[in-house]
Design a binder for this molecule. Structure first.
Ligand SMILES: Cc1cc2nc3c(=O)[nH]c(=O)nc-3n(C[C@H](O)[C@H](O)[C@H](O)COP(=O)(O)OP(=O)(O)OC[C@H]3O[C@@H](n4cnc5c(N)ncnc54)[C@H](O)[C@@H]3O)c2cc1C
Ligand code: FES
Length: 282
């Protein structure tokens, strides 16, 4: 059981929540996530990254985008409400070390999980270049927080409504072409963005880590729901990841698996909304 201590709307469909979770706050490391369930008996279990933690307060922060049924229900909870099931910290923490110059690339909601990693990479003595991007200005999140960490911050929007009008891969390519190319790149965002970040750095031979957001069920490596193909081997994102060598991930297979539930999820969400509307109008 975890009480909601704080709730904030960051942008259209993106919410930040602080949850009471003393033990998770004490144990968590950058790159790890929790799994939560809203309906204890029948609800689905969804993974969300621990964006921040406050050990003194005994709280963790999650930042999530409403994409379907459970994130929609979560967004409707308020301060004082309880989340009945909260498990974590899960996943292998990011391997933080001094690489030299690192580039942290965040797309859309991917900026939230990137934040603790960028912070830890900075604390480890790296020069940190951060690129954040979104479809438009309203969807840019955590710019101020990233500004505090970054030695250089580049903000991009697809439509040019804020910052530079480009995809995040364009400045990433330019950085790879500098006299001193980066020593390490980490990219977190939609699978297609991570795929193209990895393709951008591949010709420059810059090691590129990605944080995979597969569908998960148990979060313990037993159900097989989150399996991915990395370098020809089957890996489980929940226990072997979520971070992997982006040059070795079979993104096409991962995206096909993610899309395989799209229709069912969409129908379920629509049915649920229809029934809510009917209930209200009775
Ligand atoms: C390790 C990990 C960390 C994550 N951290 C965050 C985070 O910090 N913030 C955040 O907003 N989201 C995060 N996600 C994604 C989040 O788990 C999904 O958005 C959530 O499970 C969707 O649940 P839903 O019931 O609302 O949507 P559903 O109804 O289940 O799905 C709606 C649609 O969203 C898409 N979708 C579903 N699951 C995923 C997924 N895992 N990744 C991408 N698209 C998906 C599908 O197209 C689906 O049709 C993370 C995922 C993983 C694996
Ligand atoms: S979520 Fe079940 S194996 Fe990873």
């Amino acid at each position: 059981m975890a009480k909601i201590l704080h709730k904030e709307k960051l942008s259209e469909n993106v919410y930040k929540m602080k949850l009471e979770a003393k033990l998770i706050a004490e144990e968590r490391k950058a790159g790890q996530f929790i799994i939560l369930q809203i309906d204890e008996d029948f609800g689905e279990r969804i993974p969300l990254t621990i964006a921040d933690a406050n050990v003194n307060e005994g709280s963790i922060t999650i930042i999530f985008q409403v994409v379907g049924l459970t994130t929609d229900e979560l967004s409707k909870l308020n301060v004082g409400d309880d989340i009945p099931v909260l498990v974590g910290p899960l996943g292998t923490p990011t391997h933080i070390k001094k690489h030299g110059t690192v580039v942290c690339v965040g797309g859309g909601i991917g900026v939230a999980p990137l934040h603790p990693i960028a912070e830890a990479l900075k604390a480890a003595g790296n020069t940190v270049i951060i690129i954040i991007g979104a479809r438009n200005k309203e969807l840019i999140i955590m710019e101020d927080e990233m500004k505090k960490i970054a030695d250089e911050l580049i903000v991009c929007t697809d439509d040019g409504s804020y910052g530079r009008k480009s995809l995040v891969t364009q400045p990433l390519k330019e950085i790879c072409e500098r006299n001193e190319k980066p020593d390490f790149v980490i990219a977190i965002g939609p699978p297609i963005m991570m795929k193209f970040c990895a393709e951008t750095t591949r010709p420059y031979n810059v090691y590129t880590e990605v944080s995979l957001n597969t569908i998960m069920v148990d979060g313990t490596g037993m159900c097989g729901g989150c399996r991915v193909n990395v370098g020809g081997e089957v890996k489980f994102v929940c226990v072997d990841g979520p971070e992997f060598d982006g040059h070795k991930v079979d993104f096409d297979n991962m995206m096909a698996r993610l899309n395989s539930y799209k229709e069912i999820e969409h129908d379920k969400h629509s049915c649920y909304l229809d029934s809510m509307i009917q209930e209200k109008s009775l």
